[in-house]
Design a binder for this molecule. Structure first.
Ligand code: AMP
Ligand code: GLY
Length: 439
């Protein structure tokens, strides 16, 4: 089966690495991909019975016709969409209309990530536990709604805001200023509507499920570290590291989240004529009253995907194909290693505000000698073939271990081999869980 993978980050490198392990995987293409994915595609051409090697190429993912033409010219059977923006833009619909199977939801179903207000209303309609909320379409409505919330209060831009559209306001002044900023255009179109929410207390955890709109399969748990600084301090980032599984989501709590949150969502979407197909990534708060939905994403997490892929023992191509073609009920349930996986993000100095591009990176091969896997997240090749940093999150040093401590030790030992003068990382990924393990 020929596959086109869309996206350029560590998530996509991890997906490519796992797709490539499948005997079902014929020629794999990536757009735009990255140097780590390109090296993997090069290596695929040397395996026994290899199909013609694919490569990384630049397609305009918002020019649906161009993506369809490419798929038709290369005999692509399955398109795997990594990031949310092309899904919210309706690329999956265009591909399906052209008869091409795609792993990723339709534009209507991707509203679960693309519009926070849409998701909150769905929760109300389907009785899904989530924070109390008010949707506001004008600044006046938003200011008026504030009166019904205690502090701190959570204010969210409705649309996609690259992970930056959420403010937890500690004071009434901060809340009022946030509303003015959002309606003043601080997040562009994402802030033309806001959701004001009750602040939930508890520990956060990520739960993944794959679904074809009818069958639903749990696909592992993870916890990430969103803040840039050690001890979970400083500005929010896309994620500085993650681990899987998240023991705090016990089997009982996972079953509850599947029954009370994921399953009713999939059912409600189907009933509304917008069946959800793809991976559903639920951000949950484990409150004293049980799991509550914080938000949905319509894609794998980055860097959560990297740890899930290290633990996944099943054939990823078979699972994604069954999801895309609507016969997930017939697929074998995915198996995950009981082992723990951890990934540590090496970022460019200055991230998340102003990451310094161009820093040179060496010794990745030496880093992988202990069994760790280094996924490329934001790298580029210089003219002399040197590997350079490009973008904020640069590498994901990822390892598996019989315990979280072993996974941690392997990942950090690998990281210590890498030379990246312009990079930095957090030394405390997994701290909460490691402290619990030590009692
Ligand atoms: P998001 O950008 O939607 O991932 O939200 C960023 C972060 O804001 C989440 O990971 C939570 O830590 C926090 N957050 C969002 N909504 C709430 C809420 N209702 N109560 C407490 N924290 C929240
Ligand atoms: N790491 C969080 C996300 O992918 O949204």
């Amino acid at each position: 089966m020929n596959i086109l993978l869309l996206g350029s980050g560590g998530r996509e490198h991890a997906l490519a690495w796992k797709l490539a392990q499948s005997p079902l995987c014929g020629t794999l293409w990536a757009s735009p991909g990255n140097p780590g994915i390109q090296a993997l595609l090069n290596a695929m051409s040397t395996r026994a019975n290899a199909a013609a090697p694919g490569r990384c190429l630049v397609l305009d993912l918002f020019d649906h016709g161009a993506v369809i033409t490419f798929c038709q010219s290369r005999g692509i059977h399955l398109v795997v969409v990594g990031p949310e923006a092309p899904l919210v833009d309706g690329l999956a619909d265009s591909l399906r209309s052209a008869g091409i199977a795609v792993f990723g939801p339709s534009q209507a179903a991707a509203q679960l990530e693309g519009s926070k207000g849409f998701t909150k209303d769905l929760c109300t309609h389907a009785g899904i536990p989530t924070a109390g909320y008010v949707r506001a379409r004008t600044a006046d409505e938003a200011h008026a709604a504030l009166a019904s919330f205690s502090l701190p209060v959570v204010i969210k831009a409705d649309g996609l805001a690259a992970g930056k559209g959420v403010v937890i306001a500690q004071t009434a002044e901060e809340a009022a200023a946030t509303i003015n900023d959002m309606f003043g255009g601080a997040f562009g179109g994402a802030g033309t509507e806001v959701v004001i929410e009750e602040f939930l207390e508890g520990e956060e955890v990520s739960l993944f499920a794959i679904t074809d709109g009818t069958a639903i399969i749990p696909f592992g748990s993870a916890q990430d570290h969103k803040r840039v600084g050690e001890g979970d301090t400083g500005p929010n980032t896309g994620g500085m590291g993650a681990y899987s599984p998240a023991p705090v989501l016990t089997p009982e709590l996972e079953a509850r989240a599947m029954a009370e949150i994921i399953a009713p969502t999939v059912r409600a979407m189907a009933e509304a004529g917008m069946p959800y197909s793809g991976v559903l990534f639920a951000g949950l708060m484990l409150t004293a009253d049980g799991p509550k939905l914080i938000e949905y994403n319509c894609r794998f997490g980055d860097p959560e995907c990297q740890v899930l892929m290290l633990r996944l023992e099943s054939d990823l191509v078979a699972l994604l194909q069954a999801t895309a073609e609507g016969h997930l009920a017939l697929a074998a349930a995915p198996e995950f290693a009981a082992d723990s996986a951890m990934t540590v993000v090496m970022a460019a100095k200055g991230y998340p505000a102003t990451p310094a591009g161009g820093g040179r990176i060496d010794h990745i091969t030496a880093a992988e000698a202990n069994g760790a896997k280094v996924f490329h997240a934001g790298t580029a090749l210089g003219e002399d073939g040197a590997l350079l940093a490009k973008g904020g999150r640069v590498l994901n040093i990822t390892a598996l271990g019989a315990s979280l401590q072993e996974a941690r030790d392997c990942a950090y030992a690998a990281l210590a081999e890498i030379r990246f003068e312009d990079g930095f990382w957090r030394g405390d990924i997994g701290w909460r869980e490691l402290a619990r393990l030590k009692g």
